[in-house]
Design a protein around this ligand. Structure first.
Ligand code: 7PM
Length: 291
């Protein structure tokens, strides 16, 4: 197995470069909604900064900041509220930390404002399907992660259906890649993600994991997000979120073995450690081959 020289291995994220010659970790920053934060704006910002700082120290290369809840069945929050939560945090991290900031958003207004505030990557679970999103992402100049989702978070887990899940997901992503290119977003700016848990049954998720290597035909860097997801709980006979870490690491590593190069995770340190093992065995094999 060689490193994926057939893919674009370096993306320009604003004034930072994302090198994907080895798998990297995207740490998930939880942005607490106002209602759950007792100390108000400053406390919330301070907590977010500390969390970002810790993930950076643990080896995260990207920090993913999301304010809109994509939780199955969640209510949709307005753009104003989303920007209100997102922008101060993006600004604060950009000013203080040497890290690529990813924004988990579908709204064109948030993309434009976050890019101006110092974000380096757009992560859209709706793959730029909202009106104006293609144009906003194109104008930002930033790379974009296109994720597959069937339905909307409010109803996506009701009765997900596919012909062949891997073919349907690949077909959808191909169509979105074409839409991006038509809108002036070069292929060299794109990342793809099958969207584990987004309009998928357990069987769909397991098939996607097993056939993750089929996504390589897209010839773009691949992102995997399985951290703490309910598919892990289902495999573990209903294990709660705080007992899913080991299974999450196993799923992550299977995806990496099959081609994933960005790993989205809540648990940065354990993910970095698991990847260190994968990277070491990969390099060992390459050195032997070079001899
Ligand atoms: C509740 C349930 C809260 C699920 C949050 C979620 C992905 C993502 C999310 C992913 C990419 C989560 C999800 N998941 N972006 N945003 N890929 N690119 O589990 O898998 O974090 S939100």
């Amino acid at each position: 197995m060689r490193l994926q020289s057939e893919y674009y291995v370096s993306l320009t994220c604003g004034h930072r470069q994302l090198e994907l010659t080895q798998p990297v970790v995207m740490g998930i920053l939880n942005v607490t909604p106002d209602s759950f934060s007792d100390g108000g704006r400053y406390t919330r910002l301070d907590a977010a900064l500390r969390h970002a700082e810790q993930m950076l120290a643990e080896g995260a290369v990207i920090i993913d900041v999301g304010a809109e809840s994509t939780r199955p069945g969640a209510r949709e929050i307005g753009v104003a509220e989303e920007m209100d939560r997102l922008l101060p945090i993006v600004e604060a991290i950009a000013q203080r930390l040497d890290v690529i900031i990813s924004i988990d958003t579908s709204s064109p207004e948030a993309m434009t404002a976050a890019a101006a505030a110092g974000a380096g990557l757009i992560n859209d679970v709706r793959a730029l399907r909202r009106p104006g999103a293609l144009a906003a992402a194109a104008a930002s100049g930033l790379p974009v992660c296109l994720m597959h989702m069937q339905g909307e978070p409010t109803d996506m887990q009701r009765a997900p259906r596919y012909g062949q899940v891997i073919d349907d997901v690949c077909g959808f992503l191909s169509e979105r890649i074409q839409a991006c290119e038509a809108a002036g977003i070069a292929r060299s700016r794109l990342i793809c993600d099958p969207g584990f848990g987004f309009g998928k049954s357990l069987q769909h998720n397991l098939q996607l994991l097993h056939h993750f290597d089929a996504l390589r035909q897209l010839e773009l860097p691949l992102l995997v997000g399985v951290s703490r997801k309910s598919m892990l709980g289902q495999v573990l006979d209903g294990a709660p979120v705080n007992e899913r870490q080991s299974a999450g690491l196993a799923a992550m590593l299977l995806a990496v073995e099959r081609g994933a190069r960005i790993v989205r995770s809540h648990d940065v340190r354990p993910t970095v450690d698991a990847l260190a093992l994968w990277i070491a065995q990969e390099q060992s094999a390459q050195e032997r081959q070079a001899q």
